[in-house]
Design a binder for this molecule. Structure first.
Ligand code: CP3
Length: 353
């Protein structure tokens, strides 16, 4: 019997964790933002059983089940915790409701008195049902699946707190541009609570975390550095101080090629990019860290040749060990389930054997 020389790094069975750790991946990892959601009838059924979206978020057995639903249908490499970025404002004492067909509605914070009224001490400790969901998913998922925790970035979360809803972000932008003291204080509070929140998720069994800066693209370039990059840099440092090997994905949506300076400054393990980001920028990014994205959610709705070609372009251009296949933003409720199956199959066709 001959003993073959030991390979220094055998491909890990966890493809996503391998790519985040700069080690060879068994296959190109794929998952989808908002993969647990309304396009799945089994999600709609559990949401109805829970009574509301927020009840579902705070019910660990049901939230764990919803987290795992997409993995029962599709051969994905990650489960993303079922929760919401707006649970942090709620833990800070903000009123939050999800109006049917309208999206989130929050009580607003627009001055120093509003910031002073926040319950900033121990906010993350009020989200224990979320950590229980993480524990349940970690215990139930298949080994090759990586469990991703998440939160919103300080800028995106603070914007929701200032505006009270998802439309029109002028008040938040103005406060950021002026560098108002109360705004800086609000950003500090959200940053610290978010660090605690992600550390608790990692300690409960999340293997990676994603920071969603969905509204980073609203910021002028100077403010992007100050209010997106810097707070996320602080989060990355704070998380790694508590969990040294934490794997972190940043998603600065809408910033184009500035994703490169984001990657360099924040030191995240992967940067997620939206569908408008050019392949050349993704290639540049992949030389610096892993890159995640960026199929347009409506291309997934379209399916057919448009979807196949978009997948082929992406996987043909980016190295398997440095790319995490994903959408450029969350999957939309109109998405046909068979198009998701087509998407996953098309990616698998390109895998190195
Ligand atoms: O599957 C997953 O990705 C995990 C769970 C998840 C949800 N929201 C569940 C959800 C994640 C990662 C999020 C992130 C989130 N939430 C973001 C960042 C990503 C992005 O979309 O930019 C933001 C901005 C939010 C805030 C939020 N939550 C909005 C604006 C809305 C309403 C819009 C909508 O799609 O209905 C939500 C509700 C929400 N969060 C739903 C789900 C499954 C739909 C709720 C329902 O009606 O069942």
């Amino acid at each position: 019997m001959s003993i073959s020389p030991a390979t220094p790094q055998a491909p890990s069975s966890k493809a996503l964790l391998a790519v985040l750790s700069s080690t060879p991946a068994r296959r190109r990892p794929i998952w989808m933002m908002r993969q647990a959601g309304r396009y799945l009838p089994e999600y709609r059924a559990l949401r109805e059983q829970a009574g509301s979206f927020l009840n579902l978020c705070y019910n660990p057995p049901l939230a764990a089940e919803v987290t795992l639903q997409p993995l029962q249908r599709f051969d994905l490499d990650a489960a993303i915790l079922f929760a919401d970025i707006l649970l942090i404002p709620q833990a800070l004492g903000v009123d939050l409701t999800f109006a049917e067909g309208e999206g989130p509605v929050l009580s607003t914070v627009t001055d120093a008195a509003g910031v002073a009224a926040l319950k900033s001490d121990g906010a993350a400790s009020r989200l224990s049902p979320v950590y229980e969901t993480v524990e349940r998913v970690a215990a139930a998922k298949a080994d090759h699946v990586t469990l991703i925790g998440f939160c919103g970035a300080p800028w995106t979360v603070a914007s929701y707190m200032i505006e009270g809803r998802g439309s029109n972000r002028q008040k938040a932008r103005l406060a950021a541009i002026r560098g108002e003291d109360w705004f800086a204080h609000l950003m500090d509070i959200v940053t610290e609570a978010s660090i605690d929140y992600l550390v608790a998720q990692l300690k409960a069994g999340a293997e990676a975390v994603q920071i969603f800066d969905s509204w980073a693209g609203d910021l002028p370039a100077r403010q992007f550095e100050r209010w997106s990059i810097q707070p996320i840099q602080r989060m990355v440092d704070g998380i790694r101080a508590a969990v040294p090997d934490a794997r972190i994905i940043g998603f600065p949506k809408g910033v184009g090629s500035a994703a490169l300076s984001f990657a360099k400054a924040t030191n995240v393990d992967a940067v997620g990019v939206d569908s408008a980001v050019a392949l050349d920028t993704m290639k540049d990014l992949s030389r610096h860290c892993a890159v995640q994205g960026n199929i347009d959610p409506l291309t997934l709705v379209a399916g057919g040749a448009a979807l196949d070609e978009a997948v082929d372009d992406l996987v043909g251009a980016l190295p398997q060990d440095r790319h995490i296949v994903n959408l450029g933003h969350g999957i939309v409720p109109e998405t046909p389930i068979q198009h998701v199956a087509q998407f996953v199959d098309r990616v698998r066709r390109g895998d190195r054997s």
